[in-house]
Design a protein around this ligand. Structure first.
Ligand code: KIV
Ligand code: ZN
Length: 516
């Protein structure tokens, strides 16, 4: 039952469809940290994973279900009994549990993938929805590849699952094929002609293959949808999903046009974007709307002149409204622990979840290296500490050198399960030398799939944030490190990734990341 007809629910699938982004795999602890941020954002629904796909996914859904209070937490499930049973079990401890059941409905998928008739698909969907509805109130049904499915057939299957108790009907544009006018019109048609269609919540789930996921989602809400499925930073399978920040800010900024609202606390958008980028190592492009580094930068003289006279001349949103603070100089080398803790509190960091001794020590080290310590630097420190796994390897010290005509050289000392280990060697560059020595000491030589450096704040003493992606035996993990010295940050990122790799290999072995 929809109580507020103008409220558009935000169904966040960063932890499920978003994680299907190449290189976006997250471990359980990282998913819990993201879920807590999603709760601060005030999303309505969190799709925490696909419980049946692996023990790791089951654990993630279960841990997220326990970690948050307000949002509905659910798992994806096919129409098969083991899927539904695992999905229900995984959300047993959720304050507000749900389930998301899907099956494909396009003839192409029926004939080439499922090898099922239309009636068989209807029967499977009805069975699954009826079974789940005995246990839960929030039962969402998705018709995969809906945008390429026969409209009359969609009306038929949606009508049947409503009778079996589905509370939300999702219309996915699985392949990113739809265009806004057509997609919007299909909602108007489905809502009007599906028996019982006025008693359920309609949802849009769009992919961005043609760059129209946001436009398609907005066209859907213009035509009666009251839920948008999306991800932070628009991450997701192939070209990604609808970007949460773009739809939320479009609905807020153009409320004069849409006459709608979401429950999103928009000031939490930028912290969520940064956190996700730091955890996954997926860098947000500078020109990305709302959260990109250039989203509020005015370059042209005429624009700068206008903005100085009146911001409204060229700004349709205030950066503060999405949580972007002007780079505020906060602390320096002489700041004490109390001031440090106070500033973290002001930045919305939950202090009881931070190891203050470690975080303060990192801050002091940073303040020694760098004159100006900004809010962004502080957030990088605490996030990096928060996403640490049980560390087997720890960097004690390193010494790297490079000069013309000589091979770059690295000498590294690590703690391996508390034992001091030292080695040295050459490489093609300083980072390469460092990584080769670390691999020698740890005895692990994974493939380096991706390596990226980003300066968090301006200036030559900026904190450099390195993210790398490594893989071994089918397990892929990302690692992050921040330091004023890029080679040092690179070593921290690599060691962080090696720790995660060991953790994953120890805790979960097979069947990871099997997406729908
Ligand atoms: O894109 C899609 O169709 C999906 C479904 C599982 C909803 O992600
Ligand atoms: Zn999808």
């Amino acid at each position: 039952m929809i109580t507020d007809a103008n409220a558009v629910w935000i169904f966040d699938t960063t932890l499920r469809d978003g994680e299907q982004s190449p290189g976006a795999t997250m471990n359980v602890e990282e998913k819990v940290i993201i879920a807590r941020q999603l709760e601060k954002l005030n999303v309505d629904v969190i799709e925490a994973g696909f419980a049946v796909s692996s023990p790791g996914d089951f654990d993630s859904v279960a841990r997220v279900a326990e970690a948050v209070e307000r949002p509905i937490v659910l798992s994806l499930a096919r129409t098969r009994e083991p899927d539904i049973v695992q999905a229900l079990k995984s959300v047993e401890k959720a304050k507000r549990p749900g389930i998301h059941i899907f099956i494909a409905t396009s003839d192409l998928h029926l004939q080439r993938k499922l090898m099922m008739s239309r009636q068989e698909v209807i029967d499977a969907a009805c069975w699954a929805v009826e079974f789940a509805r005995k246990h839960l109130d929030y039962v969402e049904f998705s018709a995969e590849d809906a945008s390429r499915s026969d409209r009359d057939y969609l009306i038929q299957i949606f009508g049947e699952v409503i009778k079996r108790g589905a509370s939300t009907l999702n219309v996915p544009d699985t392949t990113g094929y739809a265009v806004p006018e057509e997609f919007g019109a299909s909602f108007a048609d489905l809502i009007k002609n599906t028996p019982g269609g006025d008693s359920v919540r309609w949802s849009a789930h769009c992919h961005n293959d043609l760059g129209m996921a946001v436009a398609n989602s907005l066209a859907a809400v213009r035509n009666g949808a009251r839920q948008i499925e999306c991800t932070v930073n628009g991450i997701g399978e192939r070209a990604g999903n609808t970007s949460m920040e773009e739809v939320a800010m479009a609905i807020a900024t153009r409320s004069d046009f849409f006459g709608l609202h979401t429950n999103i606390v928009t000031e939490q958008i930028y912290p969520a974007s940064r956190l996700l980028s730091q955890v996954t190592g997926l860098i947000v492009p500078a020109n990305k709307p709302i959260v990109g580094a250039n989203a509020f930068a005015h370059e042209a003289g005429i624009h700068q002149d206008g903005v100085l006279k009146d911001k409204l001349t060229y700004e349709i949103m205030r950066p503060e409204s999405v949580g972007i603070q002007s780079n505020k100089l906060v602390l320096g080398k002489h700041s004490g622990r109390h001031a440090f803790a106070e500033r973290l509190k002001e930045l919305g960091v939950d202090l009881y979840k931070v190891d203050m001794n470690k975080a303060f020590q990192r801050f002091k080290e940073l303040a020694d290296l760098k004159k100006n310590v900004y809010d962004e630097d502080l957030l990088a420190i605490v996030t990096e500490e928060a996403v640490r796994t049980e560390d087997r390897f720890e960097l004690v010290e390193m010494n790297v050198s490079s000069s013309t005509g000589k091979m770059p050289h690295a000498a590294v000392r690590l703690k391996v399960e508390g034992q001091d280990r030292f080695d040295e060697g050459d490489g093609d560059g300083m980072v390469d030398a460092c990584y080769k020595v670390i691999a020698k000491i740890t005895g692990i030589s994974p493939k380096l799939e991706r390596y990226a450096v980003k300066a968090i704040t301006g200036g030559t003493d900026a904190l450099g944030e390195v993210s790398c992606l490594i893989s071994q035996d089918g397990v892929t993990v990302s690692g992050q490190g921040a330091h004023t010295d890029t080679v040092h940050a690179s070593a921290l990122a690599y060691i962080n990734a090696l720790n995660k790799l060991q953790y994953r290999q120890r805790h979960y072995r097979e069947g990871e990341n099997e997406g729908p």
